[in-house]
Structures are given as structure tokens and as C-alpha cells.
Design a protein around this ligand. Structure first.
Ligand code: URA
Length: 320
């Protein structure tokens, strides 16, 4: 019978002379590795990763909320051939962080992305380096964009939306982006998109499509709450347009889920959602059209319609 072994690890990074460097541990054979090890019985893989990192480096780390990378390779466990699945998280530590290697390793080194790609031996470690580096580049670009757009209310005369900016949320390299209309009251208060009743429904609908909320990037056409929950005006949509498309250009999702009429008009120039929902459309990107979850929160007869759309979304995702 095929045996599986689960490992968890953390790819630790730090900024040295303003450049990102990754932490590698050197084993007795001279190979470079990352802190990782076996999951104990009943242990969550994130806890394994944190425990192993503490044991092998002495570092207490806080992992990035969205990054996950999986490696899989054949190994031998108790003399038996086994498939090892490694889940890797990433975590930043301050430049002054004090690394103390355990007796499992003979030393450590901080390497830039370019040096790491030259020095690591295994193909899957190189892939991890490239994915982590590209993820962190995109994350930094999104954060810069957020800083710029947060200031929008103070720059526009006669600003009529809330002054609270609700940034997009999710992995900056997500395969799927979800675009709503504008934040509601709960989002305005918390600063996070889709956390109110529509958001709770969205999380359940994504599960119908086989997606965890943490896997998708969630944002809206407008990032500021329109008072009394009114529909944002054309002028307000135009003011936020740059933010929407610049986010998509950074994330480069393979599929954009269009939630409701405002997003449909903005992204695809189509006016009648009831004629096109449940469809995959290929234009400059792949778009999947569905109702806004708020329409199903307000009108119960929309629930089976939106659920059926998300079942179709599951099919659309497998066809991409
Ligand atoms: N509805 C939206 O369209 N966007 C949000 O962020 C929240 C609710």
C-alpha cells in the first residue's frame, strides 16, 4: 500500500541592505535546505511548520496569511517507498533576527533570489525560490497601490463616498479573482472586503466551486462605501477604475468571477445580468458571470440560481 508522509516547513526571508534574502540551512552533505520536518500525529501542518522552524533555527515566525507551496517527491520511510508531501509557508523576520541552528544542520546562509537559484541543487527548491520571490514582488506592488489609493478621498473635490479604503484581499498570485460592486457597512467598518452577510454567503458559494476563500483574490469595482448602500455613480466608478485594473494586471488571474450588474457593466460592458449569468466568457481574460451574493441575501429565490452558477464555475475552472 502506498504510504504518504506529510512535512511542513517555512521559507524564511528578511530584507538585508534593502534586498530580499532567503534563509537556507546547510546539512552535513553541504546541501541547502529550508526548515521543515514531519507532522506529528493529529498536528495541523501549519503548527508542524512553525514547530520545526523553531527547533531548527530558534526563530518564532508569523507566516504570511495566503502563501502556500506544495512539493511532492518519493522517499523511503522505515524501509518502505513513500510519497512525501511538503507544505511550505513563508515568513518575514527582522534583519537582526538571531538564527541558532540545531545539530541537524552544520550552518546557515542568507541568499538573494539570484544566488539561491545558482546555489540550490534541487529543481523543486528552485521552483519554491521563484514562486516565493514572485509572490513577494507582487505583494509589494499591491501594497504600494493600496497606499496610493487610500489617499484618493483627500485628493478629490466633493468626495461623496466613505473616506475608509477597503483594500483587496487574497494571494497576490491568485488563479481566481472575484470582483464585487462596492463595500457595504460591515466592510467600511472593518476595512476588509466581503465580511458581512454577502461575504459569508460568498465564502459558502466558493466552496461549492471547490475554492477556499484564502485561495482567491477578492475586491470590488469601487473600494469605498457608498453611503446608504447606494449604487456607485459612473463618476465614482471612473475614479476607482485605475485601482481595479492595476490590481488585475499585477495578479494576472486565470479567471475573473464577475459578481453582479455593476461589475458586469464595468468589466464586460454588458447590461443584463439575468441573460448571461452562469456563463464563461473569454475576452482579454476569462470571465465567469454570476449574480451578486447580496441579491441572494435579499431575495431568497435567487439562492438556487446563484448556487447553480457556482456549480458551473467549478466546471469552468476544470476546463481552463
Ligand atoms: N459587496 C461588494 O460588492 N463588495 C464588498 O467588498 C462587500 C460587499
Amino acid at each position: 500500500m502506498l504510504k504518504f508522509v506529510y512535512d511542513g516547513g517555512v521559507f524564511v526571508y528578511s530584507y538585508r541592505a534593502e534586498k530580499r534574502h532567503f534563509l537556507f540551512l546547510r546539512n552535513g552533505r553541504g546541501w541547502l535546505d529550508i526548515p521543515k520536518g514531519h507532522a506529528e500525529k493529529g498536528e495541523r501542518i501549519m503548527d508542524t511548520a512553525l514547530r520545526e522552524t523553531k527547533e531548527e533555527t530558534g526563530l518564532d515566525v508569523v507566516p504570511d496569511r495566503f502563501f502556500r507551496h506544495s512539493l511532492a517527491y518519493w522517499t523511503k520511510e522505515d524501509g518502505q517507498r513513500a510519497k512525501k508531501i511538503v507544505t511550505v509557508f513563508i515568513a518575514e523576520v527582522p534583519q537582526a533576527a538571531n538564527v541558532r541552528v540545531s545539530d541537524e544542520h552544520v550552518g546557515y546562509v542568507w541568499l538573494s533570489c539570484e544566488d539561491a537559484l545558482r546555489q540550490v541543487s534541487f529543481k523543486d527548491t528552485k521552483e519554491l525560490v521563484m514562486e516565493a520571490d514572485s509572490y513577494l514582488d507582487r505583494k509589494a506592488r499591491i501594497e504600494k497601490l493600496n497606499r496610493e489609493y487610500r489617499k484618493l478621498p483627500s485628493k478629490v473635490k466633493g468626495w461623496d463616498l466613505s473616506a475608509n479604503f477597503v483594500a483587496g484581499e487574497g494571494p497576490p498570485n491568485a488563479k481566481v479573482a472575484v470582483i464585487g460592486q462596492a463595500p457595504g457597512r460591515s466592510e467600511d467598518a472593518s476595512g476588509r472586503p466581503f465580511v458581512g452577510r454577502s461575504g459569508q454567503l460568498l465564502t459558502k458559494l466558493l466552496m461549492i466551486a471547490g475554492l477556499r476563500r484564502e485561495q482567491v483574490y477578492i475586491t470590488s469595482v469601487v473600494q469605498f462605501f457608498p453611503p446608504k448602500n447606494r449604487v456607485p455613480s459612473d463618476k465614482e466608478i471612473a475614479l476607482c477604475r485605475g485601482f481595479l485594473y492595476r490590481q488585475l494586471d499585477i495578479i494576472k488571474p486565470r479567471l475573473v468571477v464577475v459578481l453582479g450588474g455593476v461589475a458586469l457593466k464595468e468589466l464586460l460592458g454588458i447590461g443584463e445580468i439575468m441573460k448571461v449569468h452562469g456563463r464563461l466568457m473569454k475576452k482579454d481574460r476569462n470571465y465567469f458571470i454570476t449574480l451578486h451574493p447580496a441579491a441572494a441575501v435579499r431575495i431568497k429565490s435567487n439562492v438556487p440560481i446563484i448556487e447553480s452558477d457556482f456549480r458551473k464555475l467549478k466546471g469552468a475552472l476544470s476546463s481552463l
